[in-house]
Design a protein around this ligand. Structure first.
Ligand code: C2E
Ligand code: MG
Ligand code: MG
Ligand code: MG
Length: 275
């Protein structure tokens, strides 16, 4: 019952349901306070090799651990943060936290998988983006194991400047994943120019793939495209064994999704890959 009350409250925070400027301002103030009080947390979702099911990397996904509302998902606050610029501070925090968590794993002496952090276009657009990422990496262990994910539709805004920044990060050992691929409007020419190593197929395609022949064809085409560009392909949102075996058959390399694991807090994910 508590969860339900929480969910009803959450609806209130949806950007599109925010009815007044006053409401948006109130949320913005709450989010600023949350940052001061250190209420944001990173959960981690494994990326596994589809054939072996071994964990090859983890993706950091931010949540707001609100004393009043419980765990608030990113879609309830990231859009407003992008509008207000608060994403710059929170994004830098997420990068630093991921670097620190990675260092904790290195220090335990066990496996320390690479961590991918989602980055907003608002962050990417800033001239000091590369310096911000570098400063965050400096908080962690050496060699660092931090990668970034950028949503396809957002990369294409300022392509020349973006390519320059991504090359600078690449030179510092940061891998780049194109997130939510297939939902944006990128040209293939740009895709070929981006220094990206990983392509993530949006979960909308995975979801419909087994029922809609056109969707299956698109997934198959995206896998071939990625491989021709020498990229690793990751399928997002895999929920069933049937989807996993179809993806394996198509030659997809890795997957993420509830079939393997939901995003988990640090300790729980440590137990998962520590096994
Ligand atoms: P994303 O990067 O595409 O992350 C995948 C989303 O799909 C996550 O939602 C994840 O929990 C969810 N997901 C994973 N497996 C499954 C599945 O099998 N079924 C279904 N239905 N969903 C699945 P989440 O954590 O709510 O994050 C939503 C989005 O918020 C992310 O999409 C990303 O774009 C953004 N985001 C998350 N953390 C950050 C962050 O630190 N910074 C920025 N700028 N954006 C973030
Ligand atoms: Mg992502
Ligand atoms: Mg995605
Ligand atoms: Mg997505």
């Amino acid at each position: 019952k508590k969860a339900k009350a929480g969910n009803e409250r959450l609806v209130f925070y949806d950007q599109h349901m925010t009815e007044s400027v006053a409401e948006a301002l109130a949320l913005e103030n709450k989010l600023r306070r949350a940052l001061e009080r250190d209420e944001f947390v990173l959960h981690y979702q494994p990326k596994v090799n589809i054939a072996t099911r071994r964990i090859v990397a983890l993706e950091a996904l931010i949540r707001w651990n609100s004393p009043g509302e419980g765990l608030v998902p990113p879609m309830k606050f990231i859009p407003l943060m992008e509008e207000t610029g608060l994403i710059l501070e929170v994004g830098a925090w997420a990068l630093r936290q991921a670097a620190l968590d990675h260092q904790r794993w290195v220090q335990r002496g066990g496996t320390a998988p690479r961590l991918a952090v989602n980055v907003s276009a608002v962050q990417l657009r800033k001239p000091d983006f590369v310096a911000t990422v570098q400063a965050a990496l400096a908080c962690g262990a050496e060699p660092h194991g931090i990668d970034i994910e950028i949503t396809e539709s957002l990369i294409m805004e300022d392509i020349e400047a973006t390519i320059g920044k991504l090359h600078a990060l690449r030179a510092r050992g940061v891998e780049l994943a194109i997130d939510d691929f297939g939902t944006g409007y990128s040209s293939l020419a740009y895709l070929a120019r981006l220094p990206a190593q990983i392509l993530k197929i949006d979960r909308a395609f995975v979801k419909t793939m087994l029922d809609e022949p056109n969707s299956l064809l698109l997934v198959s085409t995206m896998v071939s495209l990625a491989h021709s560009l020498r990229m690793t392909v990751v399928a997002e949102g895999v929920e069933t064994e049937a989807q996993a075996s179809q993806l394996l058959q198509l030659g997809c390399d890795q997957m993420q999704g509830y079939l393997v694991s939901r995003p988990l807090p640090f300790d729980e994910v440590t137990a998962l890959f520590g096994r």
